[in-house]
Design a protein around this ligand. Structure first.
Ligand SMILES: [Zn+2]
Length: 451
């Protein structure tokens, strides 16, 4: 057992390092990076050696792919994920002496506590493992970002080169213009200026040019040639420069999106760290380890502060319009893990649709509206966890539950398809999913009718 715990400890210490590096990259305060670095992590785990039952605790509550979220609004009790402490069965038959009985009961109670604490530690460790596993996602997002930045630099060079190269064409254009003027002067001297000559020479499109076609019989073939060549060069210059400019803008957009992706991954890790450290604190509370519990809460608070800052800096990604229903599909790529209506397994009416997706998957506003409620930073919230409520007018409201993080504020106007949060498993939930609920004048209706 000790070996396992030692392994976990070193594992976590190594987890903290890449996080710290990343905070620096995000220009979060150096203090935070230090706070969340390996040393305090390790110290907060000092008391773990007492958890003798850790191997028996379930690996992770996050592993269940079946998303259960029967609650519609934050009003139901959500102790779904919490271990029943009845697990420790009465194993020692006691009867004789009262003192022996008392000590046996005490022993039983102690064992129960240890088991409950071990389960909490295991939950926290699963969260830390998730944080760790996100490091590779971060690396690839970072690589995407760097590639897009290089692409943009190349596009800028190519555009500037094109401008330089087209200098010749621009010169040529000037010459043609000059010749055209000479030609016009010549024509004027020879037979007088036809009234439509101006229109032909000033033509900015083939359409205009053709309209003036008749005039060309007077001006002659040379005039037509010059005017047409002028137009051709103009088109070439415009086309090439426009395409180059588009490449620059597109590469810039890709780089910006990759940057947001990086930030969202770090925010995901921070949100998981808040949960993990709070769970650690609960484990220490169970065993009365007050200073360890306090250390863990401090870590949770540091992570929460960093998360709040990251949210304030802006984490919303690209707007995405998915599906072809009345509403935009809020979580593209997700799997419906539980539909609307009565469910046999929990004998309850499920007031929304559960869309299972990996933790940190972005989700989007189903339609434009005004945010009327939002929570963040963990907390059960009556089972809803971190949630968003959007009022779309005409009595229609949508709700988004169990978020890992939400990006909006009460009173904020959101657009249809706006990235408003990331999928999580907060509140009454057994795995990461978005519980999407639609209400019409306060009554929950089947969201699928809108999607
Ligand atoms: Zn649900």
């Amino acid at each position: 057992m000790r070996v396992g715990l030692t392994y976990r400890l070193s594992d976590l210490a190594s987890t903290a390092r890449p996080l710290a590096v990343r905070f620096a990259a995000l220009s979060l305060s150096a203090t935070l990076a230090i706070t969340l670095a390996a040393a305090p992590l390790a110290s907060a785990f000092g008391a773990d050696g007492e958890s003798e039952q850790s191997a028996e605790a379930p690996g992770s509550v996050q592993e269940s792919s079946e998303a259960v979220a029967p609650s519609d609004a934050p009003d139901s009790d959500a102790s779904d994920d919490v271990a029943s402490s009845e697990a420790a069965s009465a194993s020692s038959p006691q009867s004789e002496a009262g003192s022996k009985e008392a000590s046996s009961a005490e022993e039983k109670k102690r064992k129960e506590k240890e088991e409950a604490a071990a389960k909490k530690h295991a939950e926290a460790d699963a969260l830390f493992a998730q944080i760790d596993s996100l490091n590779s996602s971060y690396s690839s997002a970072q690589a995407d970002k760097e590639a897009a930045e290089r692409e943009r630099e190349d596009a800028i060079v190519a555009r500037d080169e094109a401008k330089e190269r087209l200098k010749g064409e621009i010169e040529q254009l000037k010459k043609i213009q000059a010749e055209l003027s000479d030609f016009a002067v010549l024509m004027y001297k020879q037979g007088g200026m036809p009234p439509y000559l101006d229109a032909v020479l000033g033509s900015t499109s083939y359409g205009e040019l053709l309209t003036s076609w008749n005039a060309m019989t007077i001006i002659g073939n040379r005039g037509l040639e010059l005017a047409s060549e002028k137009r051709k060069i103009q088109l070439k210059i415009q086309k090439e420069l426009d395409d180059r400019e588009k490449s620059v803008v597109e590469a810039g957009r890709k780089a910006a999106l990759a940057e947001i992706k990086c930030k969202q991954i770090v925010a995901t890790q921070l949100a998981l760290a808040v949960q993990a450290w709070n769970t650690k604190a609960e484990a220490h509370d169970i065993l009365g380890e007050t200073s360890e519990a306090e250390n863990a809460r401090n870590e949770a608070n540091s992570a929460k502060e960093a998360l709040d800052r990251a949210i304030a800096e802006g984490l919303g990604g690209e707007n995405v319009q998915s599906g072809n229903g009345v509403f935009a599909y809020p979580c593209p790529g997700s799997i419906i893990s539980s539909g609307f209506g009565y469910r046999d397994f929990d004998h309850a009416v499920h007031k929304g649709i559960d869309m299972a997706a990996p933790e940190g998957t972005p989700y989007y506003a189903a339609d434009s509206g005004v945010v009327t409620a939002v929570t963040n930073g963990g907390g059960d919230n009556g089972g809803a966890g971190n949630w968003i409520v959007i009022d779309h007018g005409n009595g229609v409201v949508t709700k988004y539950m169990h978020s890992l993080i939400t990006f909006v504020a009460v009173g904020e106007h959101v657009e249809r398809g706006q990235n408003i949060g990331l999928v999580g498993s907060t509140g009454n939930s057994t795995g990461p999913h978005l519980h999407f609920q639609v209400e019409v004048y306060g009554a929950a209706v089947d969201p699928s009718a809108f999607l």
